[in-house]
Design a protein around this ligand. Sequence first.
Ligand SMILES: NC(=O)C1=CN([C@@H]2O[C@H](COP(=O)(O)OP(=O)(O)OC[C@H]3O[C@@H](n4cnc5c(N)ncnc54)[C@H](OP(=O)(O)O)[C@@H]3O)[C@@H](O)[C@H]2O)[C@@H](O)CC1
Ligand SMILES: [K+]
Length: 484
Amino acid sequence: MYIVNSKEMKNIDELTISKGLQESILMEQAAFSVKEIVEDLNPKKILVMAGTGNNGGDGLAVARLLKNDGYDVQVYIIGNEENASYGFVNQKDICKEYQVDFIDEIKDLNNFDVLVDGIIGVGLAGEIKGELLDIIDHVNSCNCKVVSIDIPTGISSDTGKIMKKAIKADITVTFGYLKIGHLLYPGRSYSGEIKLSQMSFYKGYEKNLKRFLLTEEKIRDILPKRPKDSHKYNFGSIAVIAGSKEYSGAPILSALGAQLSGAGMVYLITPSYTPILEHEPSVIYTDFNKNYFEKNDLIKIKGKIEKSDVILIGPGIGQNSNDFIKEILEKYSHKKIVIDADAIGVIKKVKTNKNMLITPHAGEFQKLLKKEIESIEDIENYSLEKNINVLYKSTTSLITDGDNSYFNVFGNDALSKGGTGDLVSGVIASYIAQGCTVIDSTLIATYLVYKTGYDLGIENTNFTVTPLQIAKNLNRELIKLRGD
Ligand SMILES: NC(=O)C1=CN([C@@H]2O[C@H](COP(=O)(O)OP(=O)(O)OC[C@H]3O[C@@H](n4cnc5c(N)ncnc54)[C@H](OP(=O)(O)O)[C@@H]3O)[C@@H](O)[C@H]2O)[C@@H](O)CC1
Ligand SMILES: [K+]
């Protein structure tokens, strides 16, 4: 499923209209789907709040359709009608013919059961200003159900940010394509339940789109098959290079993630002792009885690294092993490498390539960028400039190779615990070892871990789910995907 920004949406609108489909037909389709959703709420009294652009035009068409179906509906117009769009003016004229009731003052919004927010859609420019600031407060403090048209007024469709103030919707009805702002927080929570309605948009533009929603269907397509006639070398081997005196648990979670999701062979190499074999005796384990890795340790693990198809480096490794990490990234840059946690910072010092994946969360990514992340373009551009794959971990995670990006919206607060990232990186390495591309492996791994965390959170609570529990239950999601 494609995800668009405001510019792409505008281009799709314009291209469709250039093919001969009139704007008023698109507006009627949009309004009809909103009307049906409003009617499902069984309202007695409805207020449509209409801006003076095409989002307002949609709102006016919704009011007319509701009135025509016998509903008690009123319209309040917000903004300067001198600059109104043609779509707005046209719909207002039709509303007059249909005797739709316009009001020029709103007293108590609690007199209405449903408010329709047709104030601003994808045409939002800059921060909310003027009388709208107070109106948004008023809407957010009332008890009525709020249905936003296209996107809640005040949410940027490109970043999901609140542009000073935004309407909190119960339901958002959007048209043809999800917008970035529906998926990224806080836009994701302000949108409430999102309903995507089908439109007659010209599909020819889709070849230019490069952002996608990660779905279960996609995972079914890319999950590798396991040949019946196979041996352990069919499923690849992984060198997990992780841990330090302070963090002896992280390597366990990474190694378990790799081993419990299908890899053929997992070598775990840590500087200080970690009790992995108590958890999973099939892991091949080595430690050096020291606190941190040092550069000259490489010689001792060379054999295992060279035998491995994938290297996972970083979980729990701390900041005292940077020279050792740099050496590995340089020497084995021809191998697939998952670079996690404290190893991520080291990529600033090495030449990177598309065999590599970094897995930063916001704090780690900001350190790489040396600035706040403004938009997902920052992440995509970094990926292009550094020629590296990126998993940006957040409640909505972004997986990108710079050219194509996927949004994983299965994240949830059951996962917001130390150790989840270590587990994810282990599962990613596992699917790379099993022959998937770096990007596909990241899609599969984040899907499996996030979804398992979500399901366990429902069965238990999000307070109590741990990364170890998730690791031990990865099989459940795999069983569902296998379809038996
Ligand atoms: N075209 C099509 O085929 C289809 C389009 N569709 C619909 O059109 C919508 C896009 O319409 P759009 O492009 O007219 O922009 P829109 O969201 O109404 O915003 C413009 C208005 O907002 C105002 N405004 C902006 N920023 C502001 C601020 N910071 N603070 C305050 N005010 C601000 C701006 O005011 P102005 O700056 O002009 O005074 C103007 O009034 C789209 O979301 C979908 O719903 C559907 O019908 C499907 C087919
Ligand atoms: K809106």
